[in-house]
Design a protein around this ligand. Structure first.
Ligand SMILES: [Zn+2]
Length: 233
């Protein structure tokens, strides 16, 4: 049986905030969801989940030799997994190459592609996570603890970190476009400093840490627990 795009749609039920819903709608359009998940074959789904589990348990992707070229090509066209130089380079929310967004989860360490990906990992894994994001303005690390359900901030090392979610054309790979403007700043002042360096036309949402966590959770919760599983369990 093929998978339905709506089974992987963001989980709006955990969002009560209109700005987070608006950000989610701008980032995850129906067309993008359909392109990603519509008619996903069981083989591609199984490979996708195996790749995410490998990142979660070891911090690294599995070898490309574990999957058929057709499956990897399908996941690439869907902008779910990208292979570069013969290696799995990324599978949202994870990056093989180190980034400014580190997540300790389930006893392992993994790099996330962007701030929202890092903040959504706990909800995807259904595990407690410790996230460290580097502020783009001062390069200080901001540490954040997220509850096992992935919905609640347990602690943060600065009083008001801001999550900037830029809205851009995604093209064929969100990691190369959208994700470059999903950032976490140590303070509102450092977000302001960065915004002044950006083009006037740059669009985006200025979210609190709690709002950023909900946004990430809504996007990534269904990745390993699609709505179909939820409904039948
Ligand atoms: Zn800063």
């Amino acid at each position: 049986m093929e998978n339905r795009a709506e089974d992987y749609a963001p989980d709006n039920s955990i969002i009560s905030d209109s700005i987070v819903l608006e950000a989610l709608g701008a980032l995850m359009t129906g067309a993008r969801l359909a392109a990603r998940w519509g008619g996903l074959s069981p083989a591609s789904l199984q490979a996708h989940q195996a790749i995410l589990h490998a990142y979660l348990t070891s911090g690294d992707p599995p070898s490309v030799s574990e999957f058929s070229a057709d499956t990897l090509s399908d996941l690439g066209q869907r902008d779910l997994v990208h292979v570069r130089d013969g290696r799995i380079a990324l599978a949202y929310p994870f990056s093989t190459r180190p980034t400014d967004f580190q997540v300790r989860v389930g006893g392992g360490e993994v790099h996330a592609i962007c701030a929202v990906d890092a903040l959504g990992t706990a909800a995807m894994a259904r595990e407690q996570a410790e996230v460290t994001c580097v502020c783009p303005t001062c390069r200080a690390g901001v540490s954040i603890g997220i509850s096992p359900g992935g919905l609640t901030v347990e602690h943060a090392s600065t009083p008001d970190p801001r999550v900037w979610t830029g809205v851009k054309d995604v093209g064929t790979c969100a990691a190369d476009s959208q994700c470059k403007s999903m950032l976490l700043f140590c303070s509102p002042e450092h977000l302001d400093t960065w915004k002044r360096s950006q083009p006037q036309s740059a669009r985006g949402f200025d979210l609190s840490l709690e709002q950023g966590v909900r946004l990430g959770a809504a996007i990534f919760r269904p990745f390993l627990h699609a709505q179909t599983n939820k409904a039948s369990s």
